[in-house]
Ligand binder design. Structure first.
Ligand code: SAH
Length: 385
């Protein structure tokens, strides 16, 4: 499979599509224009913004600071909608996964991971993914499209609904951090991600700081600079190999943007300094990328980049063509990195019992014919070209 095949452009997602129009996902300027077109003064748009993003209101009737007639008019032409929850699951370890059904019937997953000091929402950016990383279940899903800004935001708002964090409490919040690490490649859907994250970061709304948002990319080099400049979020890079030879095989995007270019883009990532390091994700695959020599090579490759490494034990899925490295190999790898000055925590798998761990997301009820399902599975198992 050639690298260029993965960069195809997809039809934009419907953003709520038919009437009534979903107000979620409109930028401040778009909302203002919409309200101005109704002949209402500009402060109404601000009030509406507050109801939608600070108070989480979905029913216009509850927006009591707006005049009755205006509320009725809004209710006729608009809605404030979330994606529908098809299935909600909770893991033994408290991790939650929501399977969301979108307006066109497509499905995506979103995961909440509670920890002692924070709660992280893992947000999807696409239905499926075009990257076909060999170890990732999402890459075996055939249907792919970009999520709209409303669908990306909807995941965050739905989690706030679930935890009843409207308005967001100042203490003991369940939703404090966001990682763009769910299904899909966020930098292949940059415009919608940027639009959604700007709304997420808006101080008069969801108000989640860019310091608490991390975007993970497999290395779409041409978009990295812009992401850093415009959004200023933390960057995570799915490294997974320290030679082009291995990376070409397990992360096919590497054939398009090889390691040298990727690492140059990391060095140039705006705002990178020691307090705000780039996270390099590294999935531990037995006999593929887990040797001590590879750990030493990683130290060399990353020596002039403010970096930390997340070692991720490979999470298996049905038919996966890899095994996880042994705990001893992971431990030895981490120790070498640490001795070389690289912080290398081993990420504990979360939510494995509900298939919510890294790389396991794939719409469980993906509606494909059996033959299609088998073909997709075969594609995932095929030995790398
Ligand atoms: N496309 C983006 C974000 C989605 S993947 C990216 O590639 O970064 C989120 C993280 O999970 C990535 O580091 C990905 O490589 C990792 N991952 C995928 N499959 C995995 C698996 N089976 N086990 C462990 N981690 C996996």
């Amino acid at each position: 499979m050639s690298g260029s095949q993965h960069a195809q452009v997809f039809a934009p997602a419907p953003d709520g599509g038919e009437e009534p129009r979903n107000l979620v996902g409109l930028s401040r300027a778009e909302l203002a224009a919409e309200i101005a077109a109704l002949g209402e003064p500009a402060f109404r748009a601000k009030q509406l913004w507050h109801w939608i993003y600070a108070r989480g209101a979905t029913d216009f009737a509850a927006m009591t600071s707006l005049g009755k007639a205006f509320r009725a008019r809004l209710a006729q032409g608009y809605r404030v909608a979330r994606p529908e929850t098809a299935v909600a699951q909770e893991s033994r370890d408290g991790t939650r996964k929501w399977l969301l059904r979108l307006d066109d019937g497509q499905e995506v997953e979103c995961v909440h991971i509670p920890e002692a000091e924070r709660g992280t929402l893992c947000v999807s950016s696409q239905v499926g993914c075009t990257l076909t990383c060999r170890f990732c279940h999402t890459g075996t899903q055939r249907l792919v499209r970009n999520l709209s800004a409303a669908e990306i935001l909807g995941q965050v708002m739905l989690a706030r609904d679930h935890f009843q964090e409207w308005p967001s409490p100042s203490e003991d919040r369940q939703l404090t951090n966001i990682v763009m690490m769910g299904m899909g490649e966020p930098l292949y859907n940059y415009d919608n991600i940027a639009k959604a994250l700007k709304i997420v970061m808006d101080h008069e709304g969801l108000a989640i700081s860019r310091r608490r948002i991390t975007l993970s990319t497999a290395g779409v080099v041409p978009m990295m600079q812009r992401c850093g400049e415009e959004l200023g979020v933390n960057l995570a890079v799915s490294l997974h190999a320290v030679s082009d030879e291995v990376r070409d095989r397990i992360v096919p995007l590497n054939r398009k943007y090889p390691l040298k270019e990727l690492l140059a883009a990391c060095r140039a990532y705006p705002g990178v300094h020691n307090a705000r390091r780039i996270t390099f994700e590294y999935v531990m695959l037995k006999g593929v990328n887990d040797s001590p020599a590879e750990a030493r090579e990683m130290i060399r490759l990353l020596k002039d980049i403010p970096a930390k490494v997340n070692l991720i034990p490979f999470n298996p899925w049905p038919g996966a063509p890899f095994e996880c490295s042994s705990p001893e190999a992971v431990e030895a790898f981490a120790r070498i990195l640490l001795a070389g000055g690289l912080a290398a925590p081993v990420r504990r798998p979360r939510g494995q019992d509900i298939m919510a761990a890294c790389g396991q997301l794939k719409s469980a009820s993906e509606r494909l014919k059996k033959t299609e399902r088998e073909a997709a599975k075969a594609a995932g198992c095929r030995s790398p070209a």
